[in-house]
Design a protein around this ligand. Structure first.
Ligand code: ADP
Ligand code: MG
Length: 217
């Protein structure tokens, strides 16, 4: 099991967002978590990614007990084993597309031919072979998200966490981008947790769950 959450709780002040939430995911599987705006989807994804600590319960992600891990081990897990895709892309504006994709590899030191080729290969796979030197400001929304998808996969992570990845794109571009996510996740044997309010996307993952009133069902 790559993710195992048991009775996870999270409150902001006295507002309870997650209430004894349970979720498990096997390696290589995908799940869509549907929920309306404000239901706690991003909160849940931040807990899974180790950037936010749950208040209680058990949070096991990729063999790490996140509630009892220090910041260093959380950051190592994120860097080595997780790929993240966000609604607003989170690209680095002063780096070009190729440099953005190389970034997760640079954190670990030496960049050789193998790493450079992997970054270029992924940029080709997302259809941006001719945009390597474009900066984010020179790319469309869909192109920016394609760069972010390549970046999420470049370090060969086990698990991809995607938070409304088509949320700021028009319908057709969003669909193209999601097709690409599903295709690459499948091709590369990754696990995927996708949170979205878009019910259509649930058709493309192994499972669909709904986050409502702090619990998943
Ligand atoms: P979703 O991603 O499903 O729209 P979020 O997880 O972003 O939902 O937020 C769930 C609820 O928690 C919302 O009501 C939001 O206002 C509240 N919330 C989110 N982050 C914080 C925070 N840092 N401090 C206080 N309240 C927050
Ligand atoms: Mg959100």
């Amino acid at each position: 099991m790559i993710v195992d959450l048991k009775d996870v709780t999270k409150s902001y002040g006295d507002i309870s967002i997650l209430k004894k939430l349970n979720l498990s995911l096997d390696s290589g599987k995908s799940v869509t978590i549907l929920g309306h705006s404000g239901s706690g989807k991003s909160t849940l994804l931040s807990i899974l990614g180790g950037t936010l600590r749950a208040d209680g319960g058990e949070v096991n992600v990729l063999g790490n007990d996140l509630l009892n891990s220090n910041e260093d081990s959380l950051s190592i897990m994120r860097r080595k084993k997780l790929g993240m895709i966000f609604q607003h892309f989170h690209l680095i504006n002063h780096l070009n597309a190729y440099e953005n994709v190389l970034l997760p590899l640079e954190i670990d030191g030496d960049i050789g031919e193998e790493q450079k080729n992997r970054a270029k290969d992924l940029l080709s796979k997302v259809g941006l072979a001719d945009r390597l030197e474009h900066f984010p400001s020179q790319l469309s929304g869909g192109e920016k998200q394609r760069v972010a998808i390549a970046r999420a996969l470049v370090h060969n992570p086990d698990l991809i966490l995607a938070d409304e990845p088509s949320g700021s794109l028009d319908e057709e571009t969003g669909k193209e981008v999601m097709d690409l996510v599903f295709k690459l996740v499948e091709e590369q044997g990754k696990s995927l947790i996708l949170v979205t309010h878009n019910k259509e996307l649930g058709k493309f993952t192994d499972r669909v769950m709904t986050l409502d009133k702090g619990v998943l069902s």
